[in-house]
Design a protein around this ligand. Sequence first.
Ligand code: EPZ
Length: 424
Amino acid sequence: MDRIVITGGAPLNGVIPIYGAKNSALKLQAASLLSAEPLMLENMPDLADTRFMTQLLQSLGVEITWIKETRTLRMHAAEILSTIAPYDQVRKMRASFNVLGPLLARAGHATVSLPGGCAIGARPVDLHLKAFEAMGADIHIEQGYVKAAALRGLKGAAIEFPFVSVGATEHTMLAAVLAQGETVLKNAACEPEIADLADCLNAMGARVEGAGTAEIHIQGVTSLKGAKHAVVADRIEAGTYAMAAAAAGGNVLLAGARFEHLGAMIKFLREAGVQVDAEGRGLRVVRKRGQRLKAASFETAAFPGFPTDLQAQAMALMCLADGESRIKETIFENRFMHAPELTRLGAKIEVHGNEAVVTGVEKLAGAPVMATDLRASVSLVIAGLAAEGETIVNRVYHLDRGFEGLEAKLAACGAQIARQRGED
Ligand code: EPZ
């Protein structure tokens, strides 16, 4: 297996391009199933997860071409050849489950494996299934598979989510655009990726209003057409490099990052003593070397709160801050697996249930570490950039799921980082 070797201590200076958001791209890819005409996605990230979604969609009959030079993915679902997403495909990547709604809406039925839990929590899909039932679908669970049918089509419905779910909001939208009549979603998630999905669906001829607020209205249409859409910039990728620059010190421009999508993180970084400003079409992050970070506390929350997908990276940063910071994880029940690995580098972290108390130290020291999920792995890279000596991050395949060209982007700014290829 590949590993990443970092010699810490080098500052980061330069420009880091921010690509399209993984968590938007995967749902936009699923949207290709809704139309018999081609969907062109520009600013696509090229990730293990997006490639995986490509393979799944191809198995369902979607013709897909990746145009590398323009970072464009062309997807054409002229005909749906299969409505089955098998266990092996959904187990490996939870976002695969998102093909259920579009298949149900376009073909009238689908059989999709339940995704099951994952390292960060149980992650049930009950809200997704209840929403489809409210739209008139028959849902049965047999041998780990969801069998869904709406042979006379889905019907618009009033759906109020009991709590905010990004996935359930998006998945319901992906089905409701082709339902008969109006669907109203209350207590919907407001993440920028939801507005991005609505923009793409509307470009395809859907009628979605209110995305980005807690109430979304969708007027169903009978068919959708082809469209071209640019994937929204990845706020988590941008936030990750902002934390990296803050940890290592230096001055970086995150080209393409959207200031308005990163409010909670910017507030946190400023409290920690990091300079963050909008600059042109990007974000400038500066931390002078020799100037110690200050402790800052936060709790994760749905947008516009502090994103759970940046919690691990922010914890890595706080390991070096002056004072004690408290971090509360409110979205997932088991998302502190990076804490014991960070302590291997000399960090002082105590975890009590869903709260972590980090007492900053002046220095971290490099060590071999291993991570169990995507954001946890990158938090170890951030700590390694700031630590003295060599840090070896194992299980790099987690990183490849969500960060394209991580080592190259960091090395171009002066980081001492390289990938060592290993045998699988
Ligand atoms: C999305 O997951 C992201 N994944 C996650 O990013 C992200 O952490 C999360 O949203 C929160 O922002 C993708 O977009 C592919 P939720 P999702 O539904 O949609 C519970 C990463 O690192 N819940 O908002 O699955 C759930 O268990 C990943 O890129 C139910 O109980 O998140 C969780 O506790 C990790 N029943 C909470 O709601 C349901 O039916 C919020 O989850 C659905 C969710």
